[in-house]
Design a protein around this ligand. Structure first.
Ligand SMILES: NC(=O)c1ccc[n+]([C@@H]2O[C@H](COP(=O)([O-])OP(=O)(O)OC[C@H]3O[C@@H](n4cnc5c(N)ncnc54)[C@H](O)[C@@H]3O)[C@@H](O)[C@H]2O)c1
Length: 338
């Protein structure tokens, strides 16, 4: 990187960065994140800000969360409380962005099943609107679920060429949003495995987070479809995948990328064995108490993103240790004395 005073050095002194307008312009991007106060956004937003980017978050704070308070210290942080489906709100924000990251969604099948119209308008139509409002040179980085791989592909590694055939409204609307994003010139889509790990806007409904929470608080879990395999990725590796996409955009654009841990294509029972290593008193039993709405039972290849130079840093063991510490802090005890 060449800039005034810094020569050809790869290492830039922070004081020099603070002074050097040319350098800032070279590496500072204006990034719009819808849903930036959610589980993923609450880690992604401060990370991008700490790297010197200007970040605008549009969020309706659906969960009453205050997870971005720490971001307000950054001059480059702007926040808009509003609805990602409202064109009057979205249009001026899109006009000011180099990069658009659409995270806003009703996430997960149970939430989507409470409101079919909000699911379609938020998860799909709001993203289609972003694509319509953005110019061809603006960059999109889009997360989608890989859950639709589950249908009819049992026992076979799913690649990005394996058709996504989701059956839940959550999966269907996310796949349609991906189609809209990938129909543009400058877009990358990340097909995320089930995410785990701590975030200030915590989601205990995600599989690993849920099982570890039960193991810590109840010491037991009853599993259905225990041999069904899924794959997993830590939230900080999801954020690192977004950073990798930004840094390698020209090389990676135009394609979807699976993002998961190669060594964690595990069944629910195998996942419980890993948790038990850390919490030996954990007991798990199998019983026909439920059914996966997306029929997820699949193993995924992450070879494409690995070939693009991305390597996850957080294995399951490290993430479980992190979660155990976090659950020492978090207690769902509003209606209990302990
Ligand atoms: N967490 C995962 O395992 C996972 C896996 C695959 C894909 N994804 C995708 O990543 C994205 C973020 O997921 P998450 O886990 O952070 O979920 P989340 O529910 O924590 O975050 C969603 C955010 O969107 C906001 N939001 C909801 N409706 C809105 C609206 N109408 N206008 C403005 N903001 C609105 C919420 O307030 C919240 O901050 C989603 O698009 C999701 O589909 C997540």
């Amino acid at each position: 990187m060449i800039c005034c005073g810094a020569g050809n050095s790869e290492l830039i002194h922070p004081a020099h960065f603070a002074r050097c307008a040319r350098l800032k312009k070279l590496i500072t991007m204006r990034i719009l994140i819808t849903g930036g106060a959610g589980y993923i956004g609450s880690i992604l937003t401060p990370t991008l800000l700490s790297q010197g980017h200007q970040v605008t978050v549009l969020d309706n704070f659906y969960f009453g969360q205050s997870t971005l308070l720490d971001c307000c210290q950054y001059e480059g942080f702007a926040i808009e409380r509003g609805d990602c489906r409202d064109e009057a709100v979205v249009k001026p924000l899109v006009a000011k962005a180099d990069v658009i990251i659409p995270l806003a969604a009703l996430v997960g099948v149970p939430l989507c099943n409470t409101d079919a119209i909000a699911t379609r308008t938020t998860n799909q139509e709001a993203v289609e609107m972003l694509c319509r409002l953005a110019g061809p040179d603006q960059w999109f980085l889009m997360p989608v679920t890989n859950s639709g791989y589950g249908i009819g592909e049992k026992g076979k590694f799913c690649t990005e060429d394996t058709p996504l055939r989701p059956i839940s409204s959550y999966g269907i609307t996310k796949v349609k949003a991906e189609e809209a994003v990938l129909a543009r010139k400058n877009s990358i889509s990340f097909r995320l495995a089930t995410v785990f790990g701590l975030s200030p806007r915590m989601r205990i409904d995600l599989l690993v987070n849920d099982f570890v929470h039960r193991a810590v608080t109840d010491r037991a879990v009853v599993i259905f479809e225990g041999h069904f395999k899924r794959n997993y990725i830590h939230i900080r590796d999801v954020v690192r995948a977004f950073l990798h996409g930004l840094a390698n955009f020209d090389k990676m654009k135009g394609k979807p990328y699976n993002v998961g841990l190669d060594d964690a294509n595990l069944s629910k029972l195998e996942l419980c064995e890993v948790i038990k290593k850390h919490l030996p008193k954990f007991v798990y039993l199998e019983a026909p108490v439920g059914e996966d709405p997306d029929k997820r039972d699949y193993i995924v290849s992450n070879a494409r993103i690995a070939a693009a130079g991305f390597k996850p840093e957080w294995g399951l063991d490290r993430g479980i240790q992190e979660l155990i510490k976090g659950y020492t802090i978090i207690r769902n005890s509003v209606y209990s004395n302990v």
